[in-house]
Write a protein that binds this ligand. Sequence first.
Ligand code: FE2
Ligand code: FE2
Ligand code: FE2
Length: 198
Amino acid sequence: MDTQKATSKFGARTIDATFWRARIEHEEDAKMKLKERTANNVHTAFVEEAKAHQRLLMFAKQAEKEDLPQIAHLFRAVAAAEGVHSRRHFALLESVADTQTNLDRAFQSETAVNGVHYPKMLKGAEEDGEKAAATVFSQARDVEAVHAKLYKKALDHLIAEEFTEYYVCTVCGYTGERKPPETCPVCNAPKSKFKKVD
Ligand code: FE2
Ligand code: FE2
Ligand code: FE2
């Protein structure tokens, strides 16, 4: 039986991965009550709003570079609003369960993107000779492996007793514990590029 035994700070419970997966699937089914056309539209709206959110943040940075702080401010304000829209659309698509279930789901997702999805995309980018995309895919793949490890650690109760700081590389997303590394182990960015997580 596919059983992963672990306890956590959320209660000394035995975690049964099979049960979790069944539960997640059940919840996803329940969430998929939207009729197909609407579900597709909600998905499209989510993707486009999320893109707008990121685009406007990049526009804001550019405005700052051009010494136009008020315009940067406006871009950031609208970016925040588009973030609200994307979050609302996403809430129609996916549900949030309890934290143990969410940890397991996050672990499964990181494992899949690290082991299957990014490697496939990387291969495609390499075949196409798309070097920049290949670099981004390969670094993202490596970072997702680190994320999976962090979740595994949380699931195994190794970090429950102590507060751990996290630092994220703003270039590639590498996520380090306790203190920022001198250089990013995935993309070689210097320590100054690391942001402490609130
Ligand atoms: Fe919007
Ligand atoms: Fe990740
Ligand atoms: Fe990095």
